[in-house]
Design a protein around this ligand. Sequence first.
Ligand code: ATP
Ligand code: MG
Length: 360
Amino acid sequence: MSQHHLTLGVLNGDDIGHEIVPASVQVAQAAAEHCGLSIDWRHMPLGRKALDELGTTMPEGTLETLATFDGFILGPIGHREYPKVDGAINPHPILRKKFDLFANVRPTRSYPDIGCIYDDIDLVIVRENNEGFQPDRNVVAGSGEFRPTEEVTISVRVISREGSRKVATAALELARARNKRLTVVHKNTVYKLGCGMFVEECYKAAEDYPDVTVDEAIVDTFAMHLIRNPQQFDVVVTTNMFGDILTDEAAGLVGGLGMAPGLCIGRGDIAMAQATHGSAPDIAGTGLANPYAMIESTRMLIEWLGRRHELPQAQATADLMRKGIEAALADPAKRTPDIRGTGRLSDMVEGMLSAIDKEA
Ligand code: ATP
Ligand code: MG
């Protein structure tokens, strides 16, 4: 990587992915041009389109090629709609595990007039990404669901000391860069071994971060506090399935799933931008999908790479994208209907692009 150059993979995914991912590239590219950052966008087939054209949702060589990039943008995957044929696999767990993207960083923040329940929320939930209940039997031995008899199903949750420590450390780093507060969300009153281990490792990791105040909350109580007083939280760290549910709840506070971005990170140099929401097949092709989550995820990726590689042009690009995003969100004609707008995806992109040109 040269001083002001990034190579980024672009994987559209499925359904609205074919709309929101190109929108993200367009907005990021416009900001990058103004900031002297050259981005080499490498489009790669993945998901349903790859299955139809190449016979597999995850073409050979995808992982090896991605490994040569600085990062990538992954659109939502509609894997539940895939036909039951060989080659129709869910690429999500494979990507996350290959690049050890154990921390899914999901910010929740309020913007004016778009239907947020409070106008002053600014928190980040860090969801553990590679353990828990997720049924990835092929990838982690022992993880998943089993049916010993037709009448009984056993679901296995994997929690490891190392996995817990890694995600706790990522959350502590983030807390240090923000308001120095971390809340560990768990249910160790019932899941004494699993959640117990998670909490223990969070406190152990926190010994290296004396500047960060750590507290904890039981997941059900936390779900209630998140509705009643979300302003009290800064950075939250939790296990995989709790994080899945709580981040959708948090999205509900600030305008819905279209407002829920995410960045998957690990200890390595590669990060993956991925919106929290799914592929929304019900609105695909209508032009009404809200691209915010995907565009903001892309912005987070560029910002993260800028910090990691000390690349001022990337940081400037992320800052300029933010101005474009805020300007579009402030104008009802440039917002999609899910966030009290009268516009379409194309209007939102247009709003961002013109604000970026004006601000630059
Ligand atoms: P997954 O299991 O992949 O998380 P899901 O079942 O949670 O998927 P989503 O695809 O996230 O479902 O979407 C749920 C509904 O939320 C969609 O049907 C759609 O109406 C709405 N939605 C999701 N994303 C967006 C978006 N970007 N813009 C507007 N509406 C959206
Ligand atoms: Mg979901």
